[in-house]
Write a protein that binds this ligand. Structure first.
Ligand code: BGC
Length: 436
């Protein structure tokens, strides 16, 4: 059962009293271990273009949202209008105490038709990068976060053997235009998700066929290839090729470190016949080997998975669940960092970690426990260089629409007004002090 939760929207009065509580909470955490994090540690917040910008009409997902039936519960529409409100959002996150902003650039804006690049959209992202620098915030830019241009989907998406070349061309073009202002970049966000679906009880393969046929009809194409519904093995091979080619293109055009963000869980073996080790090899093995040849690995962890023989098992009866229906398990982060670091042997940045909840006190508890895990890793000499929280804003949570609330900052769905939650002050204060 999903916890019953209270309203996410805070009045100014709530905020003022919450600020006091937040300062106290930060002090008591400091009592546990107030020693500083390494100098230069990144403290950031993350978003993804499709989830916050609004009106990404040239993407494959915009098409899928409008199909009937659709796997999306609601359309993204204006999202958080971050496309226009980024100056306010970057000012806000800097004011909260963060020194890093991870966001993605939308391929479908930059290359709306195959081979035709928009200088105006590239200039838009230059302005976003300039806003970061103006506030002494380091930008970490993700070049692909789930959404693709329509033309790419119409050509079969990642399943097309030419996809890696198309991605590399886009990555090179964007790096040439933006590279002098980028501090860190990642090629792709969680390219191992299609493989992760296989281990879940949810069966994407059974819905994919008819859905993709409808989508192809909607855009007048023969086929439609989407990241969420493609064949996991083919996608893995094509996307690894695209990662390496994109990496080379980005490095030749800019001087910034480049990594890849991986979806990870704390995988725990249940039963003598648990497939845990096979799962790890399928989900992470090839990607951690790719990360090993990159400058860093981005670890993204939210929960644990209790792994049975061939599938993840459902959460045990009575455990606390988040709005996503999975277990409240902040300890996942520590285990994911340990595994990724041991396998890839490159520096680790936590590029996502967070919780979908409308009870912000649970978010604060989650952050405290997750950061205690980061601290344990550092004590053991693991090279962790940053913690970037998902997410800055309550945003469009893909198929689940706007219901799950991952933001440190609430967004009023009518007015789009931003209101920081107590957790934003809590984590911002830790960031400012560079200590728990
Ligand atoms: C994704 C985000 C998503 C978050 C919360 C990550 O898997 O990168 O786009 O919103 O998890 O579910």
């Amino acid at each position: 059962m999903i916890r019953s939760e209270k309203s996410p929207l805070l009045t100014r009065r709530h905020l003022v009293s919450a600020l006091g509580a937040t300062a106290l909470a930060a002090r008591s955490a400091a009592g546990a271990d107030g020693s500083p994090f390494p100098k230069g540690f990144l403290w950031g917040v993350a978003t993804a273009a499709y989830q916050v910008e609004g009106n990404n009409i040239n993407t494959d997902l915009w098409v899928l949202e409008r199909l009937k039936p659709s796997i999306f519960q609601e359309p993204s529409g204006d999202a958080c209008d971050h496309y226009h409100r980024y100056p306010e959002d970057i000012r806000l996150l800097a004011g909260l105490g963060f020194n890093t902003y991870r966001f993605s650039i939308e391929w479908a804006r930059i290359e709306p038709e195959q081979g035709s690049f928009s200088r105006a959209e590239l200039d838009h992202y230059r302005r976003v990068l300039a806003a970061c620098h103006e506030h002494n915030v380091k930008p970490m830019v993700t070049f692909y976060h789930f959404s693709s241009p329509r033309w790419f989907a119409g050509a079969g998406g990642w399943e097309n053997a030419e996809s890696s070349g198309w991605f590399a061309r886009y990555a090179e073009r964007a790096s040439k235009h933006l590279g002098d202002m980028i501090s860190f970049a990642t090629t792709m966000n969680e390219p191992n998700i299609p493989m992760m679906f296989r281990w879940m009880t949810f069966d994407m393969a059974s819905v994919a066929g008819p859905l993709m046929a409808n989508a192809a009809r909607a855009i007048g194409a023969q086929k439609f290839g989407c990241f969420f519904t493609g064949d996991a093995e083919t996608l893995r091979d094509r996307m690894i090729a695209a990662h390496h080619r994109g990496f080379e293109a980005m490095k030749s055009a800019g001087k910034f470190p480049v990594g890849v963000n991986l979806a990870m869980t704390d995988d725990q073996a249940v039963g003598a016949d648990s497939g845990r080790d096979r799962k790890r090899e399928e989900l992470y093995g090839p990607w951690l080997r790719a990360a090993a040849k990159s400058d860093f690995v981005g670890v993204q962890a939210y929960t644990r998975a209790r792994v049975g023989a061939t599938k993840d098992l459902p959460p045990e009866q009575g455990v606390e669940l988040t709005q996503m229906g999975y277990e409240f398990w902040p300890e996942a982060l520590e285990q994911a960092i340990r595994y990724a670091s041991a396998q890839a042997k490159v520096p680790v940045y936590v590029t996502e970690n967070g919780i979908g909840t409308i009870d912000d006190t649970r978010r604060i508890e989650y952050i405290k426990r997750a950061l205690a895990g980061v601290r344990n890793c550092l004590k053991d000499g693991i090279d962790v260089r940053g913690y970037i929280h998902w997410s800055l804003l309550d945003n469009f949570e893909w198929m689940l629409g706007y219901r799950p609330k991952f933001g440190l900052v609430a967004v009023n769905r009518e007015t789009l007004e931003r209101t920081p939650k107590p957790s934003a002050r809590f984590l911002g204060e830790i960031a400012r002090r560079n200590a728990l």
